[in-house]
Ligand binder design. Structure first.
Ligand SMILES: *Cc1c(COP(=O)(O)O)cnc(C)c1O
Length: 461
């Protein structure tokens, strides 16, 4: 579906980034007091603004939300209402998108080495929702779909051989795991068209398109435009000899050039110039054959700056080397710093006690001290920042970890038998619990007291 119709008239007017300093400190303190910490706060109004800015920047394009960035029901519903489609990476995500009201025509499932169970499930869904599209990045995956009787809409994922991304681990365009190598993609797409309805080609270069990486983005997009022209060319031999053997043109609906739109995590990093990226994308992909739309699938950009993680200081420990500020959120709540060395801005909202037992001064009135903020997990890597100047934290202070709305709760785990945190959604200013805090009983809820007798069947969904 084309999202342009859903864009509000004033779309694009919202600020291009929300910084951690822009959040209302008193409101966050109230939420932490009411719901406890660690606590995610996700502002659906900001999610909507981000959707509108994307739709305004890419008029006429298909804009798909990569739901893995944040799969919370309320977020999915807000994104659906804003007019974006859903891009899903697993059976579980397809299940959640369906539950949030995305119809098959707005559902895209991208199968990366898909487990049999996922394929079984999605092929089953496609029987009821034949407009669903499956994106496959290997001929084996296409074979496995055909084996299950699937002959519906397919998009071929291409490895364009160029990659962008803020960290090695999220640079996918060059990684062989993702997509069919560019040189073989045309043949693979044509062969697929004999068994399926091939509706698109797709590439996703990784996460973190930022102003410095526009060139590799342009290169990827240009290659995809070229491939689309080649595949849809009604007269590939140019009227020359061998016309009889010329492959039949494919009737593509779209060229999906992926997501990866960066957000500024560092305070002094400028926001992405989205209109400029959109312009560069349109230029690089052009000319698209008639009837072939541009598609993009941002995840992070939709939700990242709409979320903060609130955490309480419980221990302050001066050591000869550094001042360690212990908090109640760790890598089990927000994995990105430990996994990617990711930077998240941290703001001290105060509220703690001074050494005399009375209220500590407001953070603005304190000096800044370089600190390491560490979580409660028994891992050296369990830090939210190192050597960062913060308004001198004291016990009881509340810290807001900014730009935590993408890949935050999603990557949370129960390691160290830690229940996952709660999440509050703000909708038109009203706070409601979107995900309750897990209890200790949730951590053990899958265990059996007796020896398990359930078979681990492939189809045991
Ligand atoms: C993760 C992913 C995206 C979104 O990436 P962001 O960096 O969050 O924009 C888009 N497409 C695919 C196939 C993905 O796996």
């Amino acid at each position: 579906m084309t999202g342009a119709d859903a864009a509000a008239p004033d779309a694009g007017e919202s600020p291009s980034v929300r910084r951690v300093g822009d959040w209302d400190a008193d409101r966050l303190a109230d939420l932490a007091a009411e719901h406890g910490t660690p606590l995610y706060v996700q502002d659906l109004d900001r999610v909507r603004e981000n959707c509108e800015r994307l739709l305004a920047a890419f008029p006429g394009a298909d804009v798909r939300y990569a739901v893995k960035a944040h799969t919370g029901r309320r977020v999915l519903e807000a994104v659906r209402d804003a007019g974006l489609d859903a891009e899903c990476a697993s059976a579980g995500e397809v299940d959640r998108a369906l539950a949030a009201g995305f119809g098959g025509d707005r559902l895209h499932y991208t199968a990366v080495n898909p487990p049999a169970r996922d394929l079984d499930y999605v092929v089953g869904v496609a029987e009821a929702e034949p407009d669903l599209t499956v994106t496959a990045g290997a001929v084996d995956t296409l074979d496995r779909l055909a084996e299950r009787g699937y002959d519906g809409r397919v998009c071929v994922r291409v490895n364009p051989g160029v990659g962008a991304g803020h960290h090695e681990k999220v640079r996918t365009g060059g990684a062989a795991k993702f997509g069919i190598p560019y040189d073989r993609a045309a043949d693979a797409a044509r062969a697929a068209a004999e068994r399926f309805d091939v509706v698109g080609i797709h590439a996703h270069a990784g996460s973190g398109i930022d102003p410095d990486q526009l060139d590799s983005h342009r290169e990827l997009v240009a290659r995809m435009g070229e491939l689309a022209r080649e595949l849809t060319d009604p007269d590939p031999a140019g009227g020359a000899a061998g016309v009889g053997d010329a492959p039949a043109p494919l009737d593509l609906d779209y060229v999906d050039v992926g997501g990866g739109f960066g957000v500024p995590y560092e305070e002094d990093e400028p926001p992405l110039d989205l209109p400029a990226v959109a312009e560069a994308t349109r230029e690089a992909v052009a000319p698209l054959p008639a009837g072939v739309d541009l598609a993009v699938e941002p995840g992070r950009y939709v939700v990242a700056d709409a979320g903060v993680l609130l955490t309480r200081v419980n221990t302050v420990k001066p050591t000869p080397d550094e001042r360690v500020v212990g908090v109640d959120a760790g890598m089990t709540d927000l994995l990105r710093p430990a996994m990617y060395d990711a930077y998240h801005p941290i703001r001290n909202l105060g509220g703690g006690r001074g050494s005399d037992g009375g209220d500590a001064p407001a953070p603005e009135e304190r000096g800044a001290t370089a600190v390491t903020v560490a979580g409660p997990i028994c891992e050296t890597g369990d830090t939210l920042c190192r050597d960062r100047a913060l308004a001198d934290p004291v016990r009881g202070d509340l810290l807001a970890v900014g730009v935590a709305g993408a890949y935050g709760y999603e990557m949370a785990s129960q390691y160290n038998s830690r229940p996952r945190p709660a999440e509050v959604a703000l909708d038109d200013g009203t706070a409601t619990v979107a995900r309750r805090r897990e209890r200790l009983a949730d951590v053990t809820s899958t265990e059996r007291a007796e020896t398990a007798t359930e078979p681990a069947t492939e189809g045991g969904r």
